[in-house]
Design a protein around this ligand. Sequence first.
Ligand SMILES: NC(=O)c1ccc[n+]([C@@H]2O[C@H](COP(=O)([O-])OP(=O)(O)OC[C@H]3O[C@@H](n4cnc5c(N)ncnc54)[C@H](O)[C@@H]3O)[C@@H](O)[C@H]2O)c1
Ligand SMILES: O=P(O)(O)OC[C@H](O)CO
Length: 335
Amino acid sequence: MRIIKHLESVAVIGGGSWATALVKIISENKIPVNWWFRHTADVEHLQTYRHNARYLSGVTFDLIYVKPSTDMVAVIEQATWVILAVPAAFVESVLQKLPSRIFANKFLVSAIKGMIPDKNCLVTEYLENNFQVPLAHQCVIAGPCHAEEVALEKQSYLSIGATNIALAERFCALLRNRYVRATPVEDIYGIEYCAVMKNIIALACGIAHGLNYGDNFQAVMVSNAMLEIEAFLQAMHPGPRQLSGSAYLGDLLVTAYSQFSRNRTFGNMIGRGYSVKSAQVEMNMIAEGYYAVKIIHELNKKLKVNMPITSAAYNILYERISPPVEIAILKEKFN
Ligand SMILES: NC(=O)c1ccc[n+]([C@@H]2O[C@H](COP(=O)([O-])OP(=O)(O)OC[C@H]3O[C@@H](n4cnc5c(N)ncnc54)[C@H](O)[C@@H]3O)[C@@H](O)[C@H]2O)c1
Ligand SMILES: O=P(O)(O)OC[C@H](O)CO
């Protein structure tokens, strides 16, 4: 597929950290970005001060390339690519008023590392079922990459999952720059599920850290997590995949160990005794793992995969079992 960058145009849906980082990367490649926000005040702030008022506000934008708006239909209609970058829990409410054929002839990219609550499906599946976007027109953004480090222009790596590798390669070309390397990957469902599951593990690592468990325990937790992820993926979407790759293990490591991780931070608060509500209120950011624990737990009722870490997180977050008790039970299951 021939890539003519100056003919590309992108719509980004979402005003959080990851949307901000992606708009930075793409607009700095001189590709026009229509950027949808929920609030008019955020649009006006960006137009006046050239930065996002709420997230990564140190990043400034060139308004020749970046056009903010609250009119989602207009934002989407003018673009070839539509990137969804809102937390999964809000996808349905954010997209609910769109005409059903709005995405016809568009390429959809999910930057979301979460699943749709109640429907218990992946974002790619949701787009296929609810907006008739064929999988061949979709990509997912995976890989170990924190928005905060993109803002600082630290060397980062993205994996672009797609069944249509030519499409993934075309999207990679919009992202590559001095500090971002982007690579196409064929295992779209595998990396999408892995991105969901690594959030659960990071949350569990945070809980253990909050309870004063150390690096020794976390290393064992993370290595056991890889077994859990592998078993779940094989049950859900069997296929050859190298889990030591950066889209899988790499993404788990960055989330489990980074100071920037939302999921680890949220778990840490739970381990220190915060309630779910108070941890969520304190954060101003969304820990996808909280929702993912429930969804994966429900999907696993059928699959019956041995998932001790996910079960422990579920018991703590949804059954109100005390974190010290649950992690003490979990530690006996590790070798
Ligand atoms: N932040 C990262 O480094 C990073 C990296 C890769 C993928 N992701 C994924 O990107 C997605 C977006 O996460 P983020 O980190 O940008 O979010 P964030 O935690 O930085 O910000 C929260 C977002 O949720 C939105 N929001 C809050 N309440 C809402 C509501 N009621 N309705 C609609 N939207 C609401 C906010 O406007 C904001 O866009 C997630 O799936 C996340 O896993 C994030
Ligand atoms: O590390 P978190 O929990 O902030 O999640 C962000 C991204 O998924 C990291 O790749």
